[in-house]
Ligand binder design. Sequence first.
Ligand SMILES: [Zn+2]
Length: 113
Amino acid sequence: MTKYNKLTYSIATQRIEKLMHLAESAIESKSEENERLARRYVELALKIGSHYKVKIPKALKMKICHKCMLPLIPGLTCTVRHSSMGFTIYKCECGEQNKIVLKGSLGTHLLEK
Ligand SMILES: [Zn+2]
C-alpha cells in the first residue's frame, strides 16, 4: 500500500474543494449540459477522495445527492423543508431525501448559504 505525504493530501483536498465549487457554479448557469458537467465534477471529487483516502469535508458531503450525484442547491436542484424537531430535509430533483440534523455551528453555517 502506497502512503502519500502531507502535500499530496493537501493538494487532493484543494482539488476536491475546487471541483465542488465548479459543480455549484455549473448548476447555477441552468443548462442541461452543465447539469451533466456538474455530476461529473462531483464524481471526480468523490474519486479523488477515495483514491487518496482524503475525507471529504462534511459541509461539502451534505451538499451532494448520493443517488444522482447532483450538487444540492436550495431553489435550483432541491427543495428544503425545516422541521420543528430540529432537522432539515433536502429533497433532490430525483426524489431522494437527505435528512440533516441542524445543531451546532455547522447547521447555522449551512442555513446562511
Ligand atoms: Zn438526486
